[in-house]
Design a protein around this ligand. Structure first.
Ligand code: ARG
Length: 459
């Protein structure tokens, strides 16, 4: 018989049962459901709502059910709709009538909110841990190639010489913000809704804060209607993952570009590449491409859930049952992608010579020439124009700045001196960009130190 059988003359048809059932999805929250029920049973006993020995019977049976599930011995039934009712059915099978007391002063509406809040907070922490592992891989790579110079790009055009480590570390800080966001998301998810019941609270003298503190929540709800209607914490978690994936997709896009012959900056490890079934020479950076592609899934999950929640009247509506598939898909996808990125970063080989060669071609030192004149009294706009005319002059002759004689330089400005040739070197361009957060080896070294301290300070 259904949990609501009393009111009904007919059973739901098999098609309706299959359509409304969510057990194939929400079985994943069994641990959270059982923890929540144990805390609830103990609170009911502490408040004298059910006898203490009956609460203990319930708790013991719930522990056994957890073991049955973990050993694969639990029979999940579609007819029992979701994880909450499946566990309750088994509880009543095991302990009889007493099992039916567990649902006193509780509804599946606050129960599912509790489970998914616990689950979301845990996912946020797990994802954050994997982000940290990737950050460590980035730092290790940045340290392994501290001196390597590459061209920095804007508009994907060579812009100025930078340290490869500086470029890599940019991703560290993006990921650092992701971790901050995930931490805040976990905190906001950590509000216990148990005790809101269906939507209005209960007639029983419950103690929601006892349940909250037993479950490690930092607070309880203020408004029972909001408590069962709110899914912001899941939206927020998926948003955090979507931004994180946006960052990973940018990293992967660069890894794809850099592994092409056109760039030739890195080579992916064989274990993370595939070949072509027709072109024997190919080595494709599939893993990076797939991470880039999975970003779309996350955006889909985010927009999907936002759309499900849009314009829902208060309080609980079954539409909200769609939330968990999005939540699970997001956390599974993002965790896999983080692991893939960590492996790619740790195992890729870096071609420092190719980077250096590109950094010294393409007039990446043109800003340096302008800065040279500006620091010798020429207005920067004028200096920029002189450097630009020099670029044109060189291009017409098919040469670089360094091929010009001092006389030629002086035809453009008499401020040029012998030392200009020094300034043209990529090493000089990089070393002199020592402003805070800049690309000079000194600044990048400090940056890496700060990053390492941040990770060391993690709880
Ligand atoms: N399976 C439901 C969900 O995932 C649980 C809450 C159901 N409550 C209800 N009154 N149908 O949202």
């Amino acid at each position: 018989m259904k949990a609501w059988g009393g009111r009904f003359e007919k059973r739901a048809g098999v098609a309706a049962e299959a359509f409304t059932s969510s057990i194939s999805v929400d079985a994943r929250m069994y641990a959270e459901d059982i923890e929540g029920s144990i805390a609830h049973a103990r609170m009911l006993a502490a408040k004298g709502i059910i006898p203490a020995d009956e609460a203990e019977t319930i708790v013991k049976a719930l522990d056994e059910i957890r073991r049955e599930i973990e050993q694969g011995a639990f029979e999940f039934r579609e007819a029992d709709e979701d994880i909450h009712l499946n566990i309750e059915r088994r509880l009543i099978e095991k302990v009889g009538e007493v099992g039916g007391k567990l649902h006193t002063a509780r509804s599946r509406n606050d129960q599912v909110a509790l489970d998914s809040r616990l689950y979301t907070a845990r996912c946020a922490k797990a994802v954050s841990g994997k982000v940290e592992t990737l950050q460590r891989a980035i730092i290790a790579k940045a340290k392994a190639h501290l001196g390597a110079i590459m061209p920095g790009y804007t508009h994907l055009q060579r812009a100025q010489p930078i340290l490869f480590s500086h470029h890599l570390m940019a991703y560290f800080w993006m990921l650092q913000r992701d971790r901050e966001r995930l931490g805040q998301c976990a905190r906001r998810a950590s509000v216990s809704p148990l005790g809101a019941c269906a939507l209005a609270g209960t007639t029983f003298p419950i103690d929601p804060s006892a349940v909250a503190s037993e479950l490690g929540f930092s607070s309880t709800f203020e408004n029972s209607i909001d408590a069962v209607s709110d899914r912001d914490y899941i939206v927020e978690f998926i948003f955090c993952c979507a931004v994180l994936m946006m960052h990973l997709s940018r990293l992967c896009e660069e890894l794809v570009l850099w592994s092409s012959a056109e760039f030739g900056y890195i080579e992916m490890d064989d274990s993370l590449s595939t070949g072509s079934s027709i072109m024997p020479q190919k080595k494709n950076p599939d893993v990076a491409e797939i991470v880039r592609g999975k970003t779309g899934r996350l955006y889909g999950d985010l927009v999907g859930l936002l759309t499900t929640m849009k314009a829902l009247p208060l309080a609980y509506n079954s539409d909200m049952q769609e939330d968990k598939e999005r939540l699970f898909d997001s956390s599974d996808t993002v965790e896999m992608c983080l692991e893939a990125c960590t492996q790619m970063i740790s195992t890729m080989s870096v071609n420092e010579e190719q980077m250096a060669a590109n950094a010294s071609a393409g007039f990446t030192n043109a800003t340096e020439v302008a800065d040279y004149l500006a620091s010798r009294g020429t207005a920067f706009r004028r200096a920029h124009e002189v450097s630009g005319r020099l670029v044109r002059y060189c291009k017409e002759r098919g040469v670089g700045f360094a091929d010009l004689s001092l006389d030629e330089f002086r035809r453009f400005s008499e401020k040029f001196d012998r030392d200009i040739y020094d300034f043209l070197l990529p090493e000089t361009c990089v070393r002199r960009r020592s402003s805070p957060g800049g690309t000079s080896p000194e600044r990048v070294g400090e940056q890496i130190e700060r990053a390492e301290k941040l990770l060391a300070a993690l709880p």
